[in-house]
Design a protein around this ligand. Sequence first.
Ligand SMILES: [Zn+2]
Ligand SMILES: [Zn+2]
Length: 416
Amino acid sequence: MNRSCWALGIRKRKLKNRLRGILHPPDEYYGKLHGRLTISFRLGASVIIMQKRDYYEVLGVSRDADANEIKKAYRKLAMQYHPDRNPGNKEAEDLFKESAEAYEVLRDTEKRQIYDRFGHQGLEGTGFHGFSGFEDIFSSFGDIFEDFFGFGSRRGRTSARSGASLRYDLEITLEEAFNGKEEEIVFKKNVVCEECAGSGAKPGTEPQVCPTCQGRGQVIRSQGFFQISTTCPTCRGEGRIVTDPCEACRGLGKVNRERSITLKIPAGVDEGSQLRLRGEGEPGEHGGPPGDLFVVIHVRSHPFFSRNGEHLYCEVPISFVQAALGDSLQIPVLDEGKEESIEIPKGTQPGDTLTLVDRGMPTLRGHGRGDMYVKLNVTIPKRMNQRQKELLQEFAELEGEKVTQKAKSFWKKITQ
Ligand SMILES: [Zn+2]
Ligand SMILES: [Zn+2]
């Protein structure tokens, strides 16, 4: 398209407005008017008058360019004017189509020879008429875009969207967090409808190209000198509409189903740990990947142990005699059926804490464990029999001197 054609802006628009009322072609096509002037109609929405440019000029290559050069040149332009990068930009759209048409001719030895000898008119004699729209271009040159966008040809104006991610809250016990476990979880999620394979159309029928936007998903309105591109109200931007909906999914293309998954909960999970199950979320749209399922772990509080990260804490009551004389004890641990023996040293004071290295929670990294802290609570008996009282009194008499001395020096210290 040459510059002078854009300078026709205002006149072009007036012509377009006049044409809008009378034109209702089924799809875009090129109709030849007199001489080298061709006119493109697209559902009354926009009409561009253009003088066809030389295909070599369009791609910016020399007349003796080889296939590789031509492909490279086209790729560059296609990326530059790709509709995903230029949403609603009519000029980019036209340049995108123009370069696709040039490439279509120059990549084909036979078409290129005809064009070299007879120009645009020669090709029209063979029935060649460029592309009808984006879909056409993407289905012809899908491989060109694949390298760049990481996915295949786009269909219409609807681009791939990944599915929504889901969350599942799972409560487990501290023992289960310690040992790890397999758990079957059952939840509901949308899956692609088996009846219509997700199209939403009744089996045997297909979604139709939206008549309002001709599959583009966008409609262009003119307001004075401006063109405003908005999402098509008929198809909500999908480019297609279902006229005969699938009964199983009522045209949605998805159905809500129960799904059960056996989950491997690794040893060491903590409150708030998240397990991510890739692809177990809702299905994607237009070929997009499905979302993920996040299982959020909640660990029930334990009657004996509390936890901070990989360390475990517990409190053990001991008698004042055990504290004074020392003892060895068995305490329950989180390994089912196992016990841990602890040594209470002689002269243990109330609140003293024993550290059992490597006896805490397993780490999620899979090696090593945290520590276990055992706080010793010394209990004083509230009731004693006569014999016990006598023995303690005897004990006190033996200790008497020391106790009094200790108390004296204590009071001395704090009153000085
Ligand atoms: Zn269905
Ligand atoms: Zn539409």
